[in-house]
Design a protein around this ligand. Structure first.
Ligand code: ZN
Length: 482
């Protein structure tokens, strides 16, 4: 009894146009040998000169990859169907418009791509036709956009509204020191053009919102999520699912990174992985918790790699898999991800059919509502008022709720350090009968500390508005900011 072998479109010219070939054999190896014996031209497409099965040719027995079975020794029977799936087969469904020709200059520029069978002239033309949007021109967006520009992605859109800060430079390598203070879009656009003038850089000077997201994303084939907050992450995810655009996800924190490709047909989305965001303040941002400078380089380049693979239609995309990277142990791990049939946006009966209010979803209330909701306003003191107290020689009880390594960078003289996480447990170290002024870096963590201490009976307590950064800006510029 013969086994059916399905021949993919690109290989049919070598099987006389047949899409199915029936052959006898006990193993995959037998079948492929028999296939080549009948259709000799197939040999060089399936095997290297050394007689090895080419690495970009995948063989499936029914729906299992033979690499997960017994490779070429995998036994086959009459009921089995064998599929040959070359990774470059079938072209990309991601980029459907006609691919433009390459110029002489481009042939020279991309020559190391053109000689790769997985890219070639056709692949390079697909890259040229492709339109990729990067949401955020920060740590992840820097390497992703620079390499995508260099690789010849024809249109690169960038969404950002920020300016370059000195504290960006240790990881956002698209910016030069001389760019500090400039608009990120302008500085990154110039840099990308200097890397590859063939690239059309489209600037979207805006914060991505429920109102503009669909209009902005619609014009692109692939979206790279380089955001740094949960509201925008869920917004990007939902917009990608609604528009059926692949969402190349990456996230970073300290030494850890994650990457995945969401919103592909049949694959999971970010909500399948994380149905709900953490409560505000529970997961610190990179601005609060820090990030190793090289980390976004690694994760951002994984995102760029996935985008290029999707454009080429090459390899196995990071779909249904969550890649975890730990720089400290230098280990990559992979978790299986499945589409959740109950997912509110990509599930079988989605309840989210249009973009929602992502600030509300993530529990972030606009400042004016926050005041009304939280009852009496938090007692605050300005840095000028604090300075005046020092000048008058008042004995000030000053609490710093940052972390010890932040305390090492800069501090207000005379402050006592108790990190926010220990404030409740160590409240007895403070004197509730005296006035207490609490500060952190910018005022967020200290506000939480004030609330915790108020619950413990501290009534003469104030939050230092703007934190130590305001103190350095307006009172003591001799200290470094971070
Ligand atoms: Zn989902």
């Amino acid at each position: 009894m013969a086994t059916r072998i399905l021949i993919p479109t690109p290989l049919r010219p070598f099987t006389g146009g047949h899409d199915t070939v029936e052959l006898d054999g006990a193993t995959i190896d037998d079948l492929l040998k028999a296939l080549i014996a009948r259709h000799g031209d197939l040999r060089r497409h399936l095997y290297s000169d050394e007689g090895k099965l080419r690495s970009f040719v995948n063989i499936y027995v029914n729906d299992e990859d033979i690499r997960h079975l017994q490779r070429e020794a995998t036994p086959v029977g009459a009921k089995d169907t064998v599929s040959i799936v070359p990774s470059v087969a079938g072209g990309s469904t991601i980029v459907e418009r006609e691919a433009p020709e390459l110029t002489r200059e481009e042939v020279g520029r991309y020559s190391r791509h053109l000689i790769m069978p997985e890219v070639g002239v056709d692949g390079q033309r697909k890259l040229k036709a492709a339109r990729v949007l990067c949401v955020g021109a920060g740590g992840l967006g820097s390497p992703a956009t620079m390499y995508l520009a260099a690789a010849g992605v024809g249109t690169l859109g960038i969404v950002d509204f920020d300016t370059v800060d000195a504290s960006n430079l240790h990881r956002q390598v698209i910016y030069a020191t001389s760019d500090v203070g400039r608009r990120k879009l302008q500085a990154s656009g110039e840099r990308l053009q200097s890397i590859n003038p063939n690239v059309n850089v489209v600037e979207h000077e805006a914060a991505l919102t429920s109102k503009n997201a669909l209009d902005i994303l619609r014009g692109y084939d692939i979206v790279i999520d380089g955001t740094d907050n949960f509201q925008t992450r869920y917004l990007v995810n939902d917009a990608c699912v609604l528009l059926k655009k692949p969402n190349v996800y990456g996230s970073i924190f300290r030494f850890d990174g994650q990457a995945a490709v969401f919103a592909m047909p049949g694959g999971p989305c970010y909500r399948c992985l994380y149905p709900e965001p953490p409560p505000p303040g529970l997961v610190p941002s990179c601005a609060e918790g820090g990030v190793l400078g090289v980390l976004p380089g690694i994760i951002g380049l994984i995102q760029a790699t996935e985008a290029i693979k999707l454009i080429l239609g090459a390899g196995q995309p990071l779909v249904g898999r969550l890649l975890l990277y730990d720089a400290l142990t230098m280990k990559f791990r992979e978790l299986k991800l499945r589409r959740d049939a109950e997912c509110p946006v990509c599930g079988d009966q989605p309840t989210i059919k249009e973009l929602i209010d992502y600030d509300a979803f993530c529990g972030i209330t606009p400042p004016q509502q926050q005041k009304a909701a939280s009852g009496p306003a938090l007692p605050e003191i300005t840095v000028e008022e604090l300075k005046a107290k020092f000048d008058r020689g008042e004995p000030v009880q000053l609490l710093d709720v940052r972390e010890p390594n932040e305390f090492q960078i800069c501090r207000i003289e005379g402050s006592k350090l108790i990190p926010l996480g220990q404030v409740a447990a160590r409240a007895s170290e403070l004197d509730p009968s005296r006035e207490l002024i609490v500060h952190c870096k910018m005022g967020g963590r200290s506000a939480k500390a004030v609330a915790q201490l108020q619950e413990r009976g501290f009534s003469n307590i104030y939050n230092l508005k703007g934190g130590i950064l305001a103190w350095i800006d307006r009172i003591d510029p001799s200290q470094p900011k971070y």
